[in-house]
Write a protein that binds this ligand. Structure first.
Ligand SMILES: Cc1ncc(COP(=O)(O)O)c(C=O)c1O
Length: 460
């Protein structure tokens, strides 16, 4: 296919007319397809149904279910799992989540069902009470600031917006955040209090931070002593094939004499059940002591029964990998469908680029400047819901209006095939409209210059 930029205005117009005819056919079919939601599909959720067999699962084939359960639940013991207590989570769950985050269990707190909630709580506590004795951020003379690698995760940005934390975009390159910018901002401004990092299979680009980038992050010399990296390792074990290793943030920070610089988050939302799983936070002992004090105020203990269920279902990291291989078998073909359609329908047109992640939940598509909003609008009118344009940037504003997040996991394969076709069609229409608009603007400018030249009698 020829590059659209090489076509004349009349060729562009002809192509646009043909695609619009094709688009009308889709529109008339009244489809309702959705590529917006980064959710596991029902088939993925089915993989974890044995979790619900607990207590039968715990008892195995034994007939003495009650006795085995009593033992598993430590009935009558001081740490009876059916009772209050164990604020930091049960040991087996700390070990499980520690193995996923590659940190010792003693550095892990397992709490609640959502890692996002843990992030929110940490930011909230820093606003009201500071970090390890620092000035509460809400009492600072100026607004605190967070660095936001872009494109990034809209819910991180929403937390900042909620607390009126100023967001500073930094480019997320194929190896991780632009570290020259990060180092300069973090090192020079004590109002810069944090950076959001999704270091493995970032949302939405699927980028995995290289060792060199992780090392530079761990070696930061922040102007603010209460600066922290919010290391959201949501996709730590969500590889499509053999696991890609991410440098260990705890070890690297310790190596660079920055032991308290990191908070790491993970959950089983996309391993077992989304919002029916377990969530965890890991950090240095210093940070955890501070966090534990608060945990004891907001709750008398976590849901240890769900933690127990999870540790019986996933007794070690090998079990996690085996389980994630089943997820990969379901998810990989869906990414392949979208990528094939992008390659076939847009390859060579030079109107967009897209990522080819080795894991995670998203593909990041970048179209021509000024076309993302229009593409999403066209897709919606043809029955395909996409993530709204702009959300992958702070304040919901993509300065280039070019990035769109594609979420292939939830729809069925046939629905995804159809939705991808409509998506590429909309990308092409939006690009052609944009190129024709540019053409008309250029023509108008040339016309104006000529008129001016005619009037003044010479070319300037
Ligand atoms: C980067 C990232 N962090 C956190 C979450 C939410 O995690 P949880 O379900 O543990 O709150 C998501 C969900 O899409 C995500 O993509």
């Amino acid at each position: 296919m020829s590059r659209y930029q090489d076509l004349s205005a009349s060729e562009l117009a002809r192509e646009l007319q043909q695609l619009r005819d094709h688009y009308c056919v889709f529109q008339q079919r009244g489809l309702t397809l959705n590529m917006a939601r980064g959710k596991p599909s029902p088939e993925q959720l089915d993989l974890s149904m044995p979790l619900l067999d607990f207590p039968a699962h715990a008892a195995g084939s034994s007939s003495d279910t009650c006795a085995i359960l009593s033992r598993e639940l430590r009935a009558g013991q001081p740490d009876d799992l059916r009772n209050y207590g164990e604020l930091l989570g049960i040991t087996e769950a700390q070990e499980l989540m520690g193995a996923i985050m590659e940190v010792p269990a003693k550095n892990v707190v397992v709490s609640g069902n959502s890692s996002l909630a843990l992030m929110f709580d940490l930011v909230s506590a820093a606003m009201s009470h500071g970090v390890l004795g620092s000035t509460p951020w809400q009492r600072l003379d100026s607004r605190p600031k967070f660095l936001c690698p872009v494109p990034g995760y809209d819910r991180h940005f929403a937390i900042c917006a909620y607390f009126d934390i100023e967001m500073i975009s930094v480019p997320l390159n194929s190896d991780g955040p632009d570290m020259d910018k990060v180092e300069s901002l973090v090192g020079s401004n004590a109002l810069v209090k944090g950076i959001w990092c999704v270091p493995k299979f970032s949302n939405p680009s699927g980028v995995v931070y290289t060792d060199a980038i992780v090392d530079r992050l761990a070696a930061l010399r922040p102007a603010a002593q209460d600066f922290r990296m919010y290391w959201d390792n949501s996709y730590a074990v969500h590889d499509f094939a053999s696991p890609i290793r991410l440098a260990n943030i705890r070890n690297r920070c310790e190596h660079h004499h920055n032991p308290d610089l990191w908070y790491q988050f993970a959950s089983t939302s996309k391993i077992t059940f989304a919002s029916g799983g377990i969530a965890a936070l890991s950090s240095s002992q210093n940070n955890l002591q501070d966090i534990a004090k608060r945990l004891g105020l907001r709750s008398i203990g976590p849901d240890k029964l769900n933690q127990k269920r999870h540790s019986l279902f996933l007794p070690d990291i090998e079990a996690v990998y085996a389980h994630m291989a089943k997820h990969a078998a379901l998810v990989r073909p869906k990414f392949a469908v979208v990528l094939r359609e992008l390659d076939n329908s847009l390859g060579g047109l030079d109107i967009g680029t897209w990522t080819r992640p080795d894991g995670g939940y998203f593909i990041s598509f970048t179209g021509l400047l000024g076309t993302a909003g229009r593409t999403v609008e066209l897709a919606a009118a043809a029955g395909v819901t996409l993530t709204p344009a702009g959300v992958t940037y702070p304040y919901g504003q993509d300065p280039q209006d070019a990035n769109i997040r594609i979420a292939p996991t939830y729809p069925t394969l046939p629905a995804l095939e159809e939705a991808s076709k409509i998506f590429t069609l909309c990308v092409r229409i939006a690009a052609l409209e944009q190129l024709l608009r540019q053409d008309r603007t250029k023509e108008a400018e040339t016309g104006q210059r000529r008129t001016k030249e005619d009037k003044t009698g010479h070319a300037g």
